[in-house]
Design a protein around this ligand. Structure first.
Ligand code: NAD
Length: 466
């Protein structure tokens, strides 16, 4: 039986970050995953391929919008095989790079499906055949999550989950996206840019529930122009798939109706992957929602086993998993650490992007927290006007009285890049004045954070009258 000082199960952004950091701290690490290289859902069939495709969607949209500048491009010709190959190349480059980094750290990578056989042992069904038994002193479990499904929309054929949709089987004439959350909004953006007539059906009253409405509005406005239809407060009640079409029944504010689509994408959330690999044999406890119960160091009820990432609680975001992974690795190496981020940013890579971090206005209202909110419209940003993207908004939410920065919300081109400054401000306990007094380069969209913070003090240079 092979012996490991630290076993890491699952090589997504949580697992590989944990394995790499633990190896850097001097532990001998075995990393078990069914793929040939680290990467997990994020790199193989999530964040990275979707961002590659969203980049192409942005190119198409920008080229289409550029006629008003006096420079017009011909309508795009989409060569799906080349596009697919390019996207797969992006994935290969990054996962291959992680494989090299793993090897350089002398991490033992075992490719296969691991199942716990006890609190200190794992059996791996190796991809190349045969099984390998590994005994470990400590373990970090990072199994990730799986797409949720709907009983009447079984995945297969014309009914796709996000993995199938990212494979780009074709550009369907009519695509129905069930669920207007992160995945629904992002992949609707991709397929609409490639030429599909896309309908989103969302069971709640708005796209991206959980995000402040003022941030969603610019995205909703743009999607209304780009998509065939957005059905809100509408439930899918049944579906019937034939060889060429999927007939779908809806129930919404205007009553029941039916429509046919060439393909359907189901994106109704994800659930933790915490069964089917012997966690119970290791003695690890789950909560009522199926998440692994962890403490501040991400230790499970079995003290030498840690759990991180989507399987260890919300939010199910790659960067949260990576951060937890580094915390767990340090704890495994005997350091005194805790997972206690002041804010975890969320980004939806739609066009425009939406990013937020810390306290939202909706939460402040619900919890009765007294806050001051300052909104800076991008129409007042020189850079936003120069790039033709005034459809943005930067807002800061500060504690009333002290001005301590509690939250940020940004909608606009590149919002995902801009939010990091806001997160740092929250993490460092900054007050609005700190951000307002920080010299920001001109002309950039980053100035919108400074001006929003100036607004808390009552004097934003490029915005008058509040
Ligand atoms: P989600 O939770 O973001 O959205 C699911 C949506 O489906 C919700 O709006 C919900 O109201 C709706 N819904 C649920 N049941 C429905 C039904 N029967 N009919 C119609 N609508 C229904 O989930 P997702 O979009 O599937 O994404 C899964 C997870 O993956 C996210 O929670 C997120 O953590 C992660 N993710 C993140 C990013 C990113 O960071 N940019 C991108 C994609 C996915």
């Amino acid at each position: 039986m092979a012996e490991s000082e630290l076993l890491v199960l699952g090589a997504g952004p949580g697992g590989y970050a944990a394995a790499f950091h633990a190896a850097d701290l001097g532990l001998s690490v075995t990393l078990v995953d069914d793929a040939v290289n680290p990467g997990g859902v994020c790199l193989y069939r999530g964040c990275i391929p979707s961002k590659a495709l969203l980049h192409v969607a942005a190119l198409v949209n920008e080229a289409g919008a550029s006629a008003e500048t006096g420079v017009a491009f011909a309508p795009p010709k989409v060569d799906l095989d080349t596009l697919r190959g390019w996207k797969d190349g992006v994935v290969r480059k990054l996962t291959g790079g992680l494989g090299t980094l793993s090897g350089a750290r002398k991490i033992t990578h075992v490719q296969g499906r691991g199942t716990f056989t006890g609190p200190t042992s794992l059996s791996v069904e190796r991809a190349e055949g045969g099984t390998e038994e590994i005994s470990f002193r400590q373990a970090i479990v990072a199994p990730g999550s799986l797409p949720s499904t709907l009983p009447f929309l079984p995945i297969g054929g014309r009914i796709m989950d996000s993995t199938a949709a990212l494979d780009l089987p074709d550009v369907p004439k009519a695509l129905l996206v069930v669920g207007g959350g992160y995945i629904g909004a992002e992949l609707a953006t991709v397929y609409a840019a490639l030429g599909s007539k896309v309908t989103i059906v969302e069971v709640t009253g708005g796209l991206l529930p959980g995000c402040d409405r003022d941030l969603v509005r610019p995205v909703e406005a743009r999607l209304k122009g780009a998509l065939e239809e957005i059905l809100l407060d509408t439930r899918v009640t049944g579906a019937e798939a034939s060889a060429k079409k999927v007939k779908v029944a809806f129930d919404g504010p205007k009553g029941a109706k039916e429509a046919s689509y060439d393909r359907v994408l189901v994106a109704v959330g994800r659930k933790p992957q915490t069964s089917g690999f012997g966690l119970e044999k290791a003695g690890v406890k789950l909560d009522d929602h199926g998440f692994i119960v962890v403490d501040a160091q991400r230790r499970t009820n079995v003290p030498h086993i840690f759990a991180i990432g989507d399987a260890a609680g919300q939010p199910m975001l790659a960067h949260k998993a990576s951060h937890e992974g580094r915390v767990a690795a340090e704890a495994a190496a005997g350091r005194h650490v805790a997972y206690e981020p002041a804010a975890i940013p969320a980004v939806v890579f739609t066009d425009p992007e939406i990013a937020w971090a810390g306290l939202t206005e909706t939460e402040a209202k619900a919890k009765g927290i007294e806050v001051a909110v300052s909104r800076f419209p991008w129409a007042a940003s020189g850079r936003a006007v120069a790039i033709g993207r005034t459809d943005g908004l930067t807002k800061v939410i500060a504690e009333k009285g002290s001005g301590r920065v509690l939250g940020w919300g940004i909608t606009g081109a590149g919002a995902g890049e801009l939010i990091a400054e806001g997160v740092l401000a929250i993490e460092m306990g900054a007050v609005a004045e700190d951000v307002a007094l920080t010299v920001h380069p001109h002309p950039t969209l980053s100035e919108t954070l400074m001006e929003a913070a100036q607004g808390i003090l009552g004097h934003a240079t490029h915005y008058y009258g509040r």
